[in-house]
Design a protein around this ligand. Structure first.
Ligand code: ADP
Ligand code: MG
Length: 232
């Protein structure tokens, strides 16, 4: 399976987590929508790999370690042309500390549309076993800890209940004149992580922890643009 292939590949390279591209490939295998993306070794290859992707593009560093890419200037969004992608990748390389240590290359991907950012997580609790978490991204998670947790597996109704018990839920339904989010797509993403057929339970213990931050959600779409998977 995709899971076995990616896990053994990471282990053979001495990694205890999947890089972002492999994490997205695995997530996609479990039905999570992810942006179309390609690996590139350097700035020139990053520009070449735009062929077949739809602009605007996003370029980010592919790291072997868990890093906040945006804090390191390693995420560049809204790039209109392959030339802009080449320059962005060169900029990431120049800003990367430690002479490119831990830099596996670049990920070039399509930009996901949508006004809402959702965070979905999963982990193995020593007491309760696989757990799934969901909340709204940004200040809602970081400042208000406005998140919901459940023991896996959950069903569609329970996933919907997780969302509706968030204090920030009205933001998703278009309160204050904002755009409404595709709730059904968010529910589907939560189930892809913590449902009976989801990643956590179907990984046979291989996944210790996973983090989708963010799932970008529009009126009729959702897309996991950052996926981090830590192996057991
Ligand atoms: P990190 O969390 O390591 O800083 P991310 O991959 O989450 O890096 O990217 C940082 C931010 O850039 C995201 O929260 C999101 O707002 C935006 N972003 C990243 N990739 C995309 C994409 N493919 N489409 C749209 N926005 C993106
Ligand atoms: Mg992120």
């Amino acid at each position: 399976t995709v899971l076995q292939t990616l896990v053994s590949e990471a282990r053979s390279r001495g990694l205890d987590s999947l890089d972002e591209k492999s994490g997205k490939d695995l997530a996609a295998a479990f039905g999570l929508p992810v942006p179309r993306s390609r690996r590139a070794a350097g700035p020139d290859e990053a520009a070449q790999t735009c062929v077949g992707l739809r602009p605007p593009y996003v370029v980010k560093a592919l790291s072997s370690q868990s890093v906040h890419k945006s804090e390191m200037g390693a995420v560049r969004v809204n790039l209109a042309t392959p030339q802009a992608v080449r320059e962005a990748a060169a900029g990431i390389l120049a800003a990367w500390p430690l002479a490119a240590e831990g830099l596996l290359g670049f990920l070039v991907e399509e930009m996901a549309p949508g006004d809402h950012e959702i965070v979905i997580g999963g982990y193995r609790d020593p007491q309760f076993g696989p757990m799934v978490m969901a909340g709204l991204g940004g200040i809602f998670v970081e400042t208000f800890s406005d998140v919901a947790f459940r023991v896996c597996p959950i069903d569609r109704q329970e996933a919907l209940r997780m969302l509706s018990e968030l204090r920030a839920y009205p933001v998703l339904t278009g309160a204050r004149g904002g755009a409404a989010a595709d709730i059904e797509a968010i529910v589907g993403a939560i189930l892809a992580v913590g449902g009976a057929d989801g990643m956590l339970l179907q990984s046979d213990g291989a996944i210790q922890e996973l983090d989708i931050n963010p799932l970008i959600v529009g009126a009729n779409s959702a897309c996991a643009v950052d996926v981090r998977i830590v192996l057991a």
